[in-house]
Design a protein around this ligand. Structure first.
Ligand SMILES: Nc1ncnc2c1ncn2[C@@H]1O[C@H](COP(=O)(O)OP(=O)(O)OP(=O)(O)O)[C@@H](O)[C@H]1O
Ligand SMILES: [Mg+2]
Length: 137
């Protein structure tokens, strides 16, 4: 377990960029933390760190964004708006989780039973207006 303290959005992005060095095809990152705690900000850094120039935005309404121009494709999910287990099941997550890219799931803790055991959990805590604690489990 390692905790990183971020004092502004750019630092959170830099942490995500560093994580990019440690992911491979089939890596799964499960993100947990309240609204505005920096999950999407970290994914921006991760995608940039994988060499993609894609603009990262929250996939809240579309559930999945795919960025394919980097070292690995990134499958960026957001479980926030999913209502029930059937909606999650319909996504066909295994095709992504066991595919050739990196899967990142915001609000993974809403349906933890769908997150494989080998996933790395990353916890986000708001410490103050601009400070976030980011813990890699
Ligand atoms: N140290 C920090 N790290 C990340 N974001 C910060 C930090 N300090 C302030 N912020 C602000 O907090 C917000 C984080 O937004 P972000 O979309 O990354 O959160 P999120 O966890 O994805 O939220 P949601 O659950 O709504 O998807 C942004 O408005 C950002 O400017
Ligand atoms: Mg988000």
């Amino acid at each position: 377990m390692a905790t990183f303290i971020s004092n502004n959005p750019a630092e959170t992005e830099a942490i995500g960029q560093r994580f990019a060095k440690d992911v491979n095809a089939g890596s799964i990152l499960a993100l947990k933390g309240e609204l505005g705690s920096g999950k999407t900000q970290l994914v921006k850094g991760l995608v940039a760190g994988l060499g993609s120039g894609a603009a990262v935005t929250s996939p809240t309404f579309t559930i999945l964004h795919e960025y394919s121009s980097g070292r690995f494709p990134v499958y960026h999910f957001d479980f926030f708006r999913l209502e029930d287990r059937q909606s999650v099941a319909r996504l066909g997550l295994d095709d992504y989780f066991f595919g050739d890219g990196v899967s990142v799931i915001e609000w993974a803790d809403r349906f933890p039973e769908f997150i494989p055991g080998q996933a790395r959990w990353i916890l986000f805590e708001i410490k103050s207006e601009n400070t976030r604690a980011i813990t890699l489990k």
